[in-house]
Design a protein around this ligand. Sequence first.
Ligand SMILES: [Zn+2]
Length: 290
Amino acid sequence: MVTGLDRTSSMRWSELTWPEIDSLDRDQTVLLLPTGAIEQHGPHLPVDTDIHDATALALRAAQASGDGTIVLPPVWWGMSPHHMGYSGTISLKLETFSNLICDICAAVHHHGFTRVLIVNGHGGNAGILAATAMRISEELGLFVGTVSYWQLIPRELREISTSDIGGMGHACEMETSLQLHLRPELVAMGNARKDMPKPATSLSGIDFRDPGPLVYPLDFRRDSSEGVMGDPTVATREKGAAIADAVLEKLVHAIDEFRVAPNRRDEHVAGMPAAVRPGPKSVDPGGSLP
Ligand SMILES: [Zn+2]
């Protein structure tokens, strides 16, 4: 007798049925939302490098965290205007990207979920995600977390890397090593060439290990001949595995803490002095009124 598909439960939201999603614990389930970019990564890496890294790292962390961590469908596109000078980059407008993140968070919140942790793989998204998290706090009363994976491991990156500062900028020692570890068949190491960044000021670093305090918008077409900033020639599979392992350990720890952290605005408001507590929202004089 055919009783239906023999399902094993997935950690991917997209592979679950609605009753399976409906049965998830609303307060304790952590939803990981991978964000990245479709943008040029030099002549040796695929344009989906950032979102592939973020999704792969999120899936590993979800697996290691066990039940209660689900990976939402990844947000493929990010904000990459500084890479539009190369064929292949698909950049969203700032408002589009922010609205997309807000809408996804509003939808899962509609279904009762309260813990969304964004796992970001593209540097150009970081500032917008931080601002969007504040917007979501205002609009939904939810505290959404954001983490860019390399920011979890600055010490480990210094230990693992062999390039000078500047060698881990873009399509670089770090990103090429990760891709060599995750899917070596898509890395064209024969095309990888060193092209160190030339920061406009001494306070601006272009390196995942040390970004420097003064940041400014880049234009890769102006600043890099082939779209690389850094040294992909010293990338290895072993370095990629070490980076992925270091991220995994920190990300699992972050998920464990995020699962039990206060994450709704009202929890904090309840503890605030009455004088600074926001008043009740005004009632919408909408269609239910005569
Ligand atoms: Zn990248």
